[in-house]
Design a binder for this molecule. Structure first.
Ligand SMILES: Cc1cc2nc3c(=O)[nH]c(=O)nc-3n(C[C@H](O)[C@H](O)[C@H](O)COP(=O)(O)OP(=O)(O)OC[C@H]3O[C@@H](n4cnc5c(N)ncnc54)[C@H](O)[C@@H]3O)c2cc1C
Length: 328
């Protein structure tokens, strides 16, 4: 029989809390409001206290910090052993994990190890018995609902960006415990920093982003021209645009690209897959141009324009240019 507890596995790197951990904390609180029970953060680190205290302060949740030298960098086998033991001791109703490279590595293994259910890439949920989790499939074109099996531990991975972090009223309490956690056959050799990007989209105030709907690299001149009309404008891209070699990787926005929060994000011919929107949903104003009125991007956008890009962008560029010239 599971308890009503909700455990949140805190993600961190090189001793620093990752922002997704605070989103997970907010997700845990939302879940507790409808499912009842308490929420607790779980930190696996070496040393663990400073990350645990940072999380307890920023989230307001109580934290159990598990310490073992094999947690000095992410190690799937050590994580699995420690978490499986914790789950069998506490029998939580839910164990929430970020849907990141590490999360999607150990979450399914954990679900198997504890004979629980596993719902991955969750972006929201609906109250009910059992709770139904929302997840997008086929690049965001299909929304599905999945329900965890009742009375088993529900392992859930949450899409980064799905929930906004909340401000805590007070810091949570921290308990640090040394645990056994063999690393099995794997050993973390260290972290290697990716080469610095020549384009830092996070500094742009306006991002004009090109999607597959642009139709080909020969039409990207429209995107570049529009971006150049703003003082701090930059060109962004969806993954297919980068995969097809129309633009270099440094322009990619989303799960495997950059996370941005400009004043204006103009999505041109982008369908709105969650892997893209999670990288730009914090923009102050999102404007989408798409020929398909049912495109998912219109749910993320504040303003939607159903129109062919190749007709709309030249008109917009001419209007903005005209306005700029009149100002000079
Ligand atoms: C693990 C993983 C990680 C991923 N990471 C990322 C990521 O970081 N970033 C990312 O972007 N994607 C990522 N993806 C891919 C993602 O799932 C989508 O496939 C991708 O975002 C779709 O790109 P798109 O919207 O440009 O193309 P499509 O989905 O093909 O959409 C093209 C859109 O253009 C519209 N259109 C067509 N012609 C016109 C026209 N003439 N005028 C106006 N509109 C038009 C269409 O109606 C359509 O909505 C990832 C996927 C996985 C599985």
């Amino acid at each position: 029989m599971v308890s009503r507890e909700i455990l949140v596995v805190v993600e961190h790197r090189a001793g620093k809390l990752l922002p997704v951990s605070l989103e997970l904390a907010a997700f845990g609180r939302q879940l507790a409001q409808i499912a009842g029970g308490s929420v607790m953060g779980v930190v696996l680190a070496s040393p663990a206290r400073s990350v645990a205290e940072e999380f307890a302060q920023s989230s307001g949740l109580p934290v159990l910090a598990l310490e073992n030298e094999n947690f000095s960098a992410y190690n799937a086998e050590a994580y699995l052993r420690a978490l499986a033991r914790l789950v069998s001791e506490r029998q939580p109703a839910f164990i929430l994990i970020a849907h990141t490279a590490a999360g999607w590595d150990f979450a399914p293994r954990l679900a198997v190890a504890v004979s629980g259910s596993c719902s991955t890439g969750v972006a929201g949920f609906e109250a009910g018995v059992p709770i139904r989790f929302h997840r997008a499939i086929c690049g965001g074109k299909i929304s599905t609902e999945v329900a965890p099996i009742l009375d088993t531990v529900a392992v859930v991975t949450m899409m980064p960006g799905a929930v906004k972090p909340t401000e805590p009223e007070a810091a949570g309490a921290v308990e640090v415990k040394s645990v056994e956690a063999g690393a099995g056959g794997t050993r973390a050799l260290g972290l290697k920093q990716a080469p610095p990007r020549s384009l830092d989209l996070s500094r742009a105030e306006v991002i004009v982003a090109a999607g597959r709907g642009m139709g080909g690299p020969e039409h990207l001149g429209l995107i570049r021209e529009l971006a150049s009309l703003f003082d701090r404008g930059a060109v962004g891209a969806s993954r297919p645009v980068v995969d097809a070699g129309w633009l270099p990787l440094e322009h990619q926005v989303g799960m495997t690209g950059q996370t941005v929060a400009p004043k204006l994000y103009l999505a041109c011919g982008i369908s709105g897959a969650i892997q893209h929107t999670m990288g730009m949903s914090r923009a102050d104003l999102i404007v989408a141009v798409n020929t398909d009125p049912a495109a998912a991007i219109f749910s993320a956008a504040h303003l939607g324009i159903v129109q062919d890009l190749r007709r709309f962008l030249p008109v917009l560029i001419a209007k903005l240019r005209d306005k700029k010239e009149k100002k000079l």
